[in-house]
Design a protein around this ligand. Structure first.
Ligand code: CTP
Ligand code: CA
Length: 236
């Protein structure tokens, strides 16, 4: 259930949210994709609209989610299409939230015809190339010292021998230069294809807020609370 009374604290703010996964074509019928359902980004867009924002949702592939009410939706497929649509919408936005699962790589060559098996037992080798980092471009495009748009990233992290989820999150926030990073702890079925999330909200001003296990709608509320708090602190 949606929380009962939401503040109208995003009234008059243009917000861009990206959501879902991209698909990188291999041939006319095949692609490299990911398991993003789009649910978290859609919840963020819905809650922002409920809090008064003018929301553009750049939607990649999702688990067949319906367009949220009161939101302008632009549907895209590839990382490059998501990139173009996001930069266009971000040009006059106050806040951009990158919740989409953007492919880091795409096949160098897209076959014009369906790839066929050959008579020998060989298999094709697929060579990949890097996609642009849209979040890093948004940071780079912002005028030096400019505060808008506020740029929010998402990261799904696992703890490993190089560090904990929180340490990986802090390093990614610094590396990407975003204002806020929502760090989801993943592994054991957390976050992908489940209803719950848990992690941290890290802000460039040093604020670190744990995110309790809850619904994607509750996480969306926590993210907008953190973004509006970040903007209030900028005013100090
Ligand atoms: N992102 C992006 N463009 C890409 C890849 C990622 O804008 N080509 C954004 C995602 O939408 C997310 C943030 O960057 O908000 C972090 O994505 P993530 O995959 O965790 O980070 P990467 O920098 O791609 O690092 P990794 O090697 O861990 O995948
Ligand atoms: Ca990535």
């Amino acid at each position: 259930a949606e929380p009962a009374a939401l503040p109208r604290d995003l009234e008059g703010t243009r917000v861009v949210v990206t959501a879902g996964g991209t698909r990188e074509p291999l041939d006319p019928v095949r692609y490299l994709g990911n398991r993003s359902s789009g649910r978290q980004g859609y919840a963020l867009a819905r809650v922002a609209a409920q809090r008064g924002a003018e929301v553009t949702l750049i939607a990649g592939h999702t688990a067949d989610l319906p367009d949220p009410a009161g939101v302008t939706v632009r549907h895209v497929s590839t990382a490059e299409q998501l990139r173009v649509a996001t930069h266009k919408a971000a040009a006059d936005a106050g806040i951009v939230v990158m919740a989409a699962a953007v492919a880091d790589f795409r096949p160098v060559d897209v076959a014009a015809h369906k790839i066929k098996k050959t008579d020998d037992a060989s298999a094709p080798v697929i060579t990949l190339t890097r996609n642009a980092d849209i979040l890093a471009e948004l940071v780079r495009d912002r005028a030096p010292g400019a505060r808008r748009p506020v740029i929010v990233g998402f990261a799904a992290e696992t703890g490993d021998e190089d560090g904990s989820v929180l340490e990986h999150g802090r390093a990614k926030l610094r590396r990407k230069g975003a204002d806020l990073l929502v760090v989801n702890a993943v592994g054991d079925g957390l976050a992908f294809e489940v209803e719950d999330n848990a992690g941290w909200l890290l802000a460039a001003d040093g604020a670190e807020t744990p995110i309790p296990l809850g619904s994607k709608a509750q996480l969306a509320v926590a993210v907008w609370d953190a973004v509006t708090a970040f903007i209030r602190h900028q005013g100090d």
